[in-house]
Design a binder for this molecule. Structure first.
Ligand code: GLN
Length: 347
């Protein structure tokens, strides 16, 4: 082989190698066309699925159209890949717990939430009183397993947001949600009223949290603000943008706003991984590896750190309280995109 032929040969080899690196499946699957195809495929596959039932313990939720189904994925460049209805709003419900927790962590540090509330799974329903009561002495001493994604911890987290008046606290809570969503959100008044009329159990939890020192004063204000935050109206696109803010180190990739410090985001994701899907959190993590959070309004957000934020809205829930279609659609799409953060590529 002469000099030139050898050079051409080496060049071809380098080009070939480069081409094969560029076409490994995980990277190919994240090309825009393939990403949209994965979203469309999940939408088509689960659109007709008739499983689960709307939550009805909050009367307004029973009235939401069970056929509502929207999927959105937001990537690092702020592009949104969507299918179905990504405009209709539902109440954010428990997904708000993530962002109020994030706000407290942003304002008061990672230790604040760990020390005052805890970051362990309860293994019980999100509104379980047994979970906080069972391990206590008559005098109320004892350390319950609790975290900011179950109601006792979430109501306590809401009470930790600093502000001289309820309005001041609310402005901060909705402001953080707005920044993560990239637009100005508002409360769905019918849901707020419906839940306020029927939330005696959460009021009992709020009073208990005061009795045990997790809430320092005015538990009624904490429960009211918590109920309001749960009634914030969001569509699938809003939720996906909020998830993407967590996927990209606290920076909203659509607006470019740094919503929280990058170093604080992994703590938020860890609590989501531990307790985001109620008592099915372990099962969910086992299958997808994704930190996620569901709400009884039918939304689920999930985060593939550094890759994408995804959200699906579909109101019918399974027995654990998680949207049936949302779980399936997110699992499929993440699988197609290589979203599981625990799955390193074999070398
Ligand atoms: N606002 C609802 C409640 O406190 C939120 C529950 C949820 O989404 N899991 O009951």
């Amino acid at each position: 082989m002469n000099q030139l032929a050898r050079r051409v040969g080496v060049g071809a080899l380098v080009l070939g190698l480069a081409a094969s690196i560029l076409t490994v499946p995980a990277l190919r699957a994240q090309a825009p066309g393939d990403l949209q195809a994965a979203v469309d495929a999940a939408y088509a596959k689960y659109k007709g699925l008739q499983e689960g039932k709307n939550a009805d313990y909050i009367p307004a939720l029973a009235k939401v159209d069970p056929n509502l189904f929207g999927i959105a994925v937001v990537t690092a460049d702020g592009k949104v890949y969507a299918a179905g209805d990504v405009k209709t709003e539902v109440s954010i419900q428990s997904i708000s717990k993530v962002f109020t927790m994030a706000q407290v962590i942003q304002e008061q540090g990672l230790e604040s939430v760990e020390k005052r509330i805890g970051v362990d799974a309860t293994g019980m329903r999100f509104n379980s009183i047994t979970a906080v009561e069972g391990v206590r002495t008559v005098a109320g001493a004892g350390a319950p397993e609790m975290n900011p994604l179950v109601n006792p911890g979430a109501i306590s987290a809401t009470s930790m947001v600093k502000g001289a008046t309820a309005d001041e606290v609310w402005t901060k809570i909705i402001g953080f949600h707005n920044d993560a969503a990239g637009r100005s959100l508002s409360v769905l008044q019918d849901v707020y009223k419906s839940e306020s009329d029927t939330n005696q159990r959460n009021q009992a939890i709020g009073a208990l949290m005061l009795a045990y020192g997790y809430i320092k004063d005015n538990w009624q204000q904490a429960v009211d603000l918590y109920t309001r935050q749960c009634s914030i109206g969001v569509n699938a696109r809003d939720l996906a943008t909020m998830a993407a803010t967590l996927a990209f180190a606290g920076k909203n990739p659509v607006t470019g706003t740094q919503v929280m410090d990058a170093v604080k985001v992994p703590g938020v994701l860890a609590v989501m991984a531990t307790a985001g899907l109620y008592d099915d959190s372990g099962k969910w993590l086992y299958h997808t590896g994704l930190p996620a959070k569901s709400g009884v309004g039918g939304g689920i957000i999930a985060v593939s750190p550094g890759k994408f934020g995804i959200a699906v809205i579909s109101p019918p829930l399974d027995d654990a309280g998680n949207s049936v279609r949302a779980q399936k659609a997110i699992a499929d799409i993440s699988e197609a995109l290589g979203g599981n953060p625990y799955a390193a590529k074999a070398r």
